[in-house]
Write a protein that binds this ligand. Structure first.
Ligand code: MF3
Ligand code: CO
Length: 254
């Protein structure tokens, strides 16, 4: 399913199922976070995520999607997104690690991401995590009926650039529902008042990806892992959010 075309609006019953799917995603992400410490390989988080999927009787949403071979994306330091779990990639004190994860529950997809520090991290890393997470909160605040996609995009860009950081251009947020990726695209940069008008029933995965340096990325030889070209640190936070007449509902919240 591509990102072009008309958004698929969801009724309140579908939003409740999406809430359940996304709550499971966030529960699993928080369990992964608890397991973060120096000496753990990124593959161990893949194994833990798969085990938690079995226990909760849900299917991982990423495994097999466009040929992606794993359930989890684990992106360390200069890795922006789509980091492949590896037995020889060992976390060390001072690293930052992003977990991006999705499940299918009752035919609907949940998708969320968090970035966490390994032990004590640098002041720049701490500021990068705080900025990216706050950019997501500001964006969600704009996810209201009558606003435009550009209002969400601009809120992210403004918060990030105020800090001297840059938003990644090559990847975007997206609509979500029965498919992981549905229209519309939700860029992390843009102008207020531009783009699609937000309507009740629209469900968006909003996912700022931020570089502490340049926003240029390159894809590694594995065909998936996106890294910053200049090697600078990158962070990623993602929530799936429903737009309703009474305001945004963060579905991936526990
Ligand atoms: N959260 C990511 C996204 O929305 C997950 C996609 S990874 C893939 O694009 F492996 F499934 F492609
Ligand atoms: Co996503």
């Amino acid at each position: 399913m591509g990102l072009k075309g008309h958004p698929i609006l969801k009724n309140s019953k579908e939003i409740e199922i999406l809430r359940k799917a996304n709550a499971i995603v966030m529960e699993i992400l928080l369990t992964l976070k608890e397991a973060v410490r120096p000496g753990v390989s990124t593959f161990e988080f893949e194994e833990l995520a798969l085990e938690l999927c079995e226990r909760k009787r849900v299917k991982p949403a990423f495994k097999g999607y466009r040929g992606y071979p794993y359930a989890l994306c684990v992106s360390v330091n200069e890795e922006v997104v789509h980091g492949m779990p590896r037995k020889d990639k060992i976390l060390k004190e001072g690293d930052i690690v992003s977990f991006d994860f999705g499940v299918v529950y009752d035919g609907y997809v949940g998708d969320a991401a968090i970035t966490v520090g390994v032990g004590k991290i640098s002041e720049e890393a701490r500021r990068l995590l705080e900025t990216t997470e706050e950019a997501l909160r500001f964006a969600i605040e704009k996810a209201r009926v009558g606003n435009k996609i550009g209002d969400i995009s601009h809120a992210i860009q403004r918060r990030v650039e105020r800090e001297g950081f840059n938003v990644i251009r090559d990847f975007v947020g997206h609509g979500i529902g029965r498919s992981l990726h549905e229209p519309p695209e939700v860029p992390n940069y843009g102008k207020p008042g531009r783009g699609l008008r937000l309507e009740p029933g629209l469900v968006l995965a909003i996912e700022p990806m931020v570089s502490a340096g340049s926003y240029e990325v390159v894809i590694l030889n594995d065909g998936w892992t996106a890294v910053t070209r200049d090697g600078s640190l990158s962070a990623h936070f993602e929530h799936s959010v429903a737009i309703t007449p009474s305001g945004p509902i963060i579905l991936s919240q526990v």
